[in-house]
Design a protein around this ligand. Structure first.
Ligand code: ADP
Ligand code: ZN
Length: 207
């Protein structure tokens, strides 16, 4: 977390940015861990510093608000919906300095090369996403993005069962689809002790 302060835009860093290459920041954790909140916080600071910011999120479901990213606590930032990583790449303007990407786990694996390309061209790229799916498996392309990132922030929710640190996302409805869009109606933050892996859980009832 110490490095977090280094991301924020001191005058010095802003000057150096003109000649420096970019970098990649990745924010991961379970659902409700505050990933979107943290992404929005960083993007707002960049906007206040008058940097040119573009924010993207994948189009996955019409229930998702299409022109903004939102945290569960209600904080928002404008965003551009895109269907694929190629779409995202094509939508980034040459003079954009900061590229924010929310729900990174819902992009195709082409996102890895797109992020590398953006950082190589001098942009600060911030990707937020789930590191694990509802079964606890790494959720591509986030694991690959974690490997190539200069800065990683892993944050946690609070286990709704016991109050411990939650690293897992428990699905509370029956569905075997990897992508099942929902919030507290379908998911809970759980710690390792309280998380019931899907294979062990024929039926999980919301409490
Ligand atoms: P993420 O993007 O990681 O899903 P958000 O940034 O959208 O998370 O939402 C984080 C907010 O969700 C918290 O600030 C808090 O208000 C709320 N919240 C709801 N349930 C929990 C929980 N079990 N643990 C922590 N925060 C929770
Ligand atoms: Zn627990």
């Amino acid at each position: 977390m110490v490095e977090e302060f280094a991301f924020d835009n001191t005058e010095d860093r802003r000057k150096r940015r003109q000649s420096e290459s970019g970098w990649v920041e990745v924010i991961v954790g379970s659902m409700f861990s505050g990933k979107s909140e943290e992404l929005i916080r960083r993007l707002n600071r960049a906007s206040i510093a008058r940097q040119r910011v573009q924010v993207f999120k994948p189009i996955i479901d019409s229930r998702y608000s299409i022109e903004e990213i939102a945290s569960h606590s209600g904080r928002k930032h404008l965003s551009e919906p895109v269907s694929t990583s190629a779409d995202l790449k094509a939508s980034v303007k040459p003079d954009t300095e900061v590229v924010g990407i929310d729900e990174g786990q819902f992009f195709d694996t082409g996102l890895i090369d797109v992020v590398i390309g953006l950082a190589n061209s001098g942009k600060r790229v911030i990707v937020a996403g789930l590191d694990q799916d509802y079964t606890g498996k790494p959720f591509e392309p986030m694991p690959q993005l974690l490997c190539i990132a200069e800065y990683i922030t892993k944050i946690h929710a609070i286990c709704v069962k016991c109050g411990a640190t939650a690293n897992f996302t428990q699905r509370t409805v029956e569905s075997d689809a990897r992508v099942e869009v929902g919030a507290s109606d379908k998911y809970e933050a759980r710690c390792r002790q309280c998380f019931v892996p899907h294979s062990d859980a024929p039926t999980i009832h919301p409490s």
